[in-house]
Design a protein around this ligand. Structure first.
Ligand SMILES: Cc1cc2nc3c(=O)[nH]c(=O)nc-3n(C[C@H](O)[C@H](O)[C@H](O)COP(=O)(O)OP(=O)(O)OC[C@H]3O[C@@H](n4cnc5c(N)ncnc54)[C@H](O)[C@@H]3O)c2cc1C
Length: 265
């Protein structure tokens, strides 16, 4: 089920310069949320199109979850305006939309790879793997890559779940100074995982997908293409198929989560 709802902002906190956690009250959206799905937010009448954001985690309530939380980075006029919202204000949200991550039966050993703000849907995935799929936290490893320490997000959250976590930065300001795919490759070489999940910049996704493809490892990626409608109408978020060159899938309705072997990255 997809809802259009005037949600109430519970909080909108700047956790690092230019990076915010925004909680929205909506029991209905929380009930339909799944890791990898996203919402389309109408930020302001002055910001023409809704903007897509992954569901980052659920907001705990006394009973069922109270709402959903987003993790976003200010990059332009929409996110800048969004950062000005405060508790108690109303935001028009459509969702949840899109397909969630799939976890095949029998998966025990999982590698999660995040690039920058791409960590947003992956923390929810990590919680899901442990709480709903009963995967031992020690069977999961997370790799968080970012340009610098400011953008290396959620490492403590993964560690609090008991997941061994490696941080890499481009400038060496935190963790290892290398690309996040480097320790990922070492982990794959050390022991074949059952599944790899990734979200981040296109070059990183391509590298992860190629590693998995070459070794026949199940791999899903969440792609953050430019997207206007989020509902399969504008067809602006086309992604070329890997298995059928010259034909396209759409990130909003067929994704944003895809089997990496299905799309050309
Ligand atoms: C399915 C999906 C889930 C997403 N989840 C998140 C999330 O959880 N957190 C988050 O911070 N962002 C997420 N994004 C990206 C987010 O939607 C954009 O950053 C936002 O729409 C930018 O709006 P703006 O008006 O601030 O900037 P705009 O003026 O629209 O863009 C500013 C700059 O950012 C670039 N940009 C815009 N959208 C994207 C994009 N999708 N990917 C790469 N570059 C982009 C533009 O090309 C431009 O250079 C997601 C996108 C998709 C499609």
């Amino acid at each position: 089920m997809i809802f259009q709802e005037n949600t109430t902002v519970l909080w909108n906190r700047e956790i690092q310069p230019g990076i915010y956690r925004l909680a929205l009250q909506s029991r209905r959206m929380a009930a339909e949320a799944a890791a990898g799905r996203f919402v389309m937010v109408r930020i302001d009448p002055a910001v023409f199109l809704r903007r897509p954001f992954s569901i980052h985690r659920l907001v705990a309530g006394k009973g069922p979850p109270e709402g959903i939380e987003l993790l976003y980075k200010v990059v332009g006029p929409g996110t800048r305006r969004l950062s000005k919202y405060g508790a108690g204000q109303s935001l028009d949200v459509l969702g949840p939309v899109g397909r969630s991550f799939r976890v095949p039966e029998g998966v025990q050993k999982v590698l999660i790879t995040a690039g920058g703000i791409g960590v947003a849907p992956l923390f929810f995935l990590a919680q899901t793997l442990i709480r709903q799929r009963g995967i031992a936290p020690g069977g999961i490893q997370s790799f968080i890559g970012a340009q610098n320490a400011r953008e290396a997000l959620c490492a403590e959250d993964f560690e609090r779940l008991g997941i061994p976590t490696t941080v890499t930065t481009d400038d060496g300001s935190c963790g290892l100074q290398c690309l996040v795919t480097q320790p990922l490759a070492a982990a794959i070489a050390a022991g074949r995982p059952d599944a790899i999940y990734a979200c981040g910049p296109p070059a990183m996704l391509k590298c992860v997908a190629d590693m998995a493809f070459d070794r026949h490892i199940f791999c899903q990626v969440s792609v953050e293409t430019l997207m206007a409608c989020g509902m399969g109408v504008c067809l602006g978020c086309a992604v070329e198929r890997r298995d059928k060159a010259g034909t396209y899938l759409h990130a909003c309705t067929d994704g944003p989560v895809f089997d990496a072997s299905r799309i050309r990255l």
